[in-house]
Design a protein around this ligand. Structure first.
Ligand code: ACO
Length: 463
C-alpha cells in the first residue's frame, strides 16, 4: 500500500496520552525521550489528573489540545485504548503509535478488532499495538519509550519484536553500524512492513533496509514492496523450525507460515534472507559502504594459506567462484611476491606480508576484468604485521578514485587476538566491512553479488 508516512516520521506536533509524572512508567519515559530529542516540535502530555508534567502544560483530554496533532503516542492500559483512539479520530490526528500491550498477542482478539474497526473508518496511520515506537536517527527524534541512542547511518531497521529491536540498537552501536530509523511494528493492525519498505525506499537517509519478521499480514503486498524497492532489503525471518513457529504464535499472536514458501518468495522478490541479526548487520555494513559486485568471481588475498582455503570453501558454498588467475594478472602479482612463492587464487602473500604486498596485490586484482570483488585476509601469525594490513585496507577503501575506476567491492577478514581487534575497531568505526570469520565474509560478499544481480534485473526491466 502506498501511504504517506512523512508526518509520521517527521511530526510537527506530538501528544503522549498516558504521560505520567511517575518516572517508572512507560508514559513518562516516552514523553521524556521526545523532550530530550534533538528535534523541534510541539509536545503535549495528556493525563486527566495533571496540569503539568516535565515542565510542559498537560491537557486532561486529547480533544482539549488547541492546535493540530501530527502524532499521538498511547500508553494507557489496553481496555481504555479504544476510546482514546476515537478521540484521535475526532481530533483529526494523522498518526498514532499504540505502545500498549494486551491485544491479540495476549489472546484479546476482539479488543484488537475493535481498534481495527475504528481505524478503518478514519484516515489515520496507526502503528502497533504492542510496540516500542521508533527512533528516527536521521532527524534526531526519539518517539519510543526505550533507552538507547542509535549511531546515525544508512540502515533502516524494522522489527516485529520490540525487545529484539532494542537489542539491535545496542548491537548496531557495538558493531559501528549506523541506523537511519529503527521501528517496532508489533501486532501490525495498520502500518505494515510493506508500508515501511515503500517509505524507506524513498527515504534519502536510507541505503539499506533490514527486517526482523515472524510473519507478514499481506504476503503479496510484502513481496511487491520488496520487488519495487530500489535498495537492498535484508530479511531475518524467524520461526523456521516447527518449535520456532509455535513460539511465534505466542509471541506476537501470528502464524509463522511455511518457511520454504517464505524463503522462495523473498528470493524471487529480490530480497536477501539472513540467518540471524549479526548476519543482517554484516551484510548491511557491506551494502552501505561498498559497491555491489557485478558478478560472482572473487579474488582472495591472504598472508596465511589456511585462511585462504577456508575463505575459498565458504565462498563456493555461497554461490561465489574463485577463478584461476589470468596470465596477465599472474605476471603482475609474480613481480610483487617474494621468489619463494608463486601466484594463485587465493593469493598467498606469506606470513611476513606488509603494507606494500597487500596494497599492490589488491590493486592488481581490482584491475583484472575477470574479478568482480576482492577479499583481503590477515592472520596474526608469528611475525605478521596487522597494522600494515589494516592500513592498506583503509587506504584502498577510502580511495575514492579507486572506486570510481573499478567499482568493485573490497571486504576484509582477520584472525587474531586483542591487539589485532583494537586495529579492527578503527576500521569498523571508519565503516570498513571487516569480519572475524571466513563464513561471515563470504556471506557478505554473496549479498553484494545478489544486490548486483538485482540491479541488473531492475535495469533490464526498464529497457
Ligand atoms: N487519558 C490519559 N491518561 C490516562 C487516561 C486517559 N483516559 N486514563 C489513565 N491515564 C493515565 C493514568 O492515570 C496514568 O498516569 P498516572 O501515573 O499519573 O496515574 C497513565 O495514564 C498510565 O496509566 P496506568 O494505568 O498507570 O498504566 P501503566 O503506565 O502502568 O501501564 C501500559 C500502561 C504501559 C500501556 C501497560 O498497560 C502496557 O501495555 N505495558 C506493556 C507495554 C509494552 O511493553 N509494549 C510493547 C513494547 S515492545 C517491547 O517489548 C519493548
Amino acid at each position: 500500500m502506498n501511504r504517506n508516512l512523512e508526518t509520521f516520521f517527521k511530526p510537527r506536533s506530538i501528544a503522549v496520552v498516558g504521560a505520567s509524572r511517575d518516572s517508572r512508567k512507560i508514559g513518562h519515559a516516552a514523553l521524556k525521550n521526545i523532550l530530550i530529542s534533538d528535534y523541534e516540535c510541539d509536545i503535549y502530555p495528556i493525563n486527566p489528573k495533571e496540569s503539568e508534567i516535565l515542565g510542559l502544560k498537560c491537557y486532561k483530554k486529547l480533544t482539549y489540545v488547541p492546535g493540530s496533532i501530527d502524532l499521538v503516542l498511547i500508553s494507557v492500559p489496553a481496555a481504555i485504548v479504544p476510546p482514546i483512539l476515537k478521540d484521535c479520530v475526532q481530533k483529526n490526528v494523522k498518526n498514532v503509535i499504540i505502545i500498549s500491550s494486551g491485544f491479540s498477542e495476549a489472546g484479546n482478539h476482539e479488543l484488537e478488532n475493535e481498534l481495527r474497526r475504528i481505524i478503518e473508518k478514519s484516515n489515520m496511520c496507526v502503528l502497533g499495538p504492542n510496540v516500542m515506537g521508533y527512533k528516527n536517527a536521521s532527524d534526531g527524534l526519539d518517539a519510543s519509550f526505550v533507552f538507547g541512542v542509535p549511531r546515525k547511518g544508512n540502515l533502516a531497521l524494522i522489527s516485529q519484536s520490540g525487545a529484539l529491536g532494542i537489542g539491535m540498537i545496542y548491537l548496531a552501536n557495538n558493531e559501528f553500524v549506523g541506523v537511519s530509523k529503527i521501528i517496532g511494528v508489533g501486532n501490525k493492525i495498520d502500518i505494515n512492513d510493506d508500508d515501511l519498505i515503500d517509505y524507506f525506499a524513498q527515504d534519502p537517509e536510507t541505503k539499506v533496509i533490514g527486517l526482523y519478521i515472524e510473519s507478514v499480514k499481506d504476503g503479496r503486498a510484502f513481496m511487491n514492496s520488496i520487488k519495487a524497492c530500489n535498495k537492498p532489503v535484508l530479511v531475518v525471518k524467524a520461526g523456521r523450525s516447527k518449535s520456532g513457529a509455535r513460539a511465534t504464535a505466542s509471541h506476537t499472536g501470528s502464524m509463522a507460515g511455511s518457511d520454504k514458501i517464505y524463503g522462495a518468495a523473498i528470493r524471487q522478490a529480490g530480497g536477501i534472507r539472513c540467518r540471524d541479526i549479526i548476519e543482517l548487520f554484516d551484510r548491511a555494513r557491506a551494502l552501505a559502504g561498498q559497491p555491489p559486485a557485478q558478478g560472482n568471481r572473487i579474488g582472495i588475498i591472504t598472508n596465511g594459506g589456511g585462511l585462504g582455503i577456508l575463505l575459498t570453501d565458504a565462498c563456493e558454498e555461497n554461490g561465489l567462484v574463485i577463478p584461476k588467475l589470468s596470465s596477465k594478472t599472474y605476471k603482475k602479482i609474480d613481480e610483487i611476491l617474494p621468489d619463494i612463492i608463486k601466484p594463485n587464487n587465493p593469493v598467498d602473500l606469506i606470513g611476513d606480508a606488509g603494507f606494500f604486498r597487500y596494497e599492490a596485490t589488491t590493486r592488481v586484482l581490482l584491475e583484472d576484468p575477470d574479478i568482480d570483488g576482492v577479499i583481503v585476509a590477515s592472520v596474526h601469525g608469528g611475525y605478521a604485521r596487522p597494522r600494515e594490513f589494516t592500513g592498506a585496507i583503509l587506504k584502498m577503501v577510502r580511495e575514492q578514485k579507486l572506486h570510481e575506476e573499478f567499482n568493485k567491492p573490497i571486504l576484509a577478514t582477520w584472525v587474531g587476538g586483542k591487539e589485532f581487534e583494537d586495529l579492527v575497531w578503527d576500521l569498523k568505526s571508519a565503516g570498513v566491512p571487516i569480519y572475524p570469520s571466513s563464513w561471515r565474509t563470504a556471506r557478505s560478499m554473496m549479498a553484494l553479488y545478489l544486490e548486483g544481480e538485482r540491479i541488473k534485473r531492475e535495469k533490464n526491466q526498464k529497457l
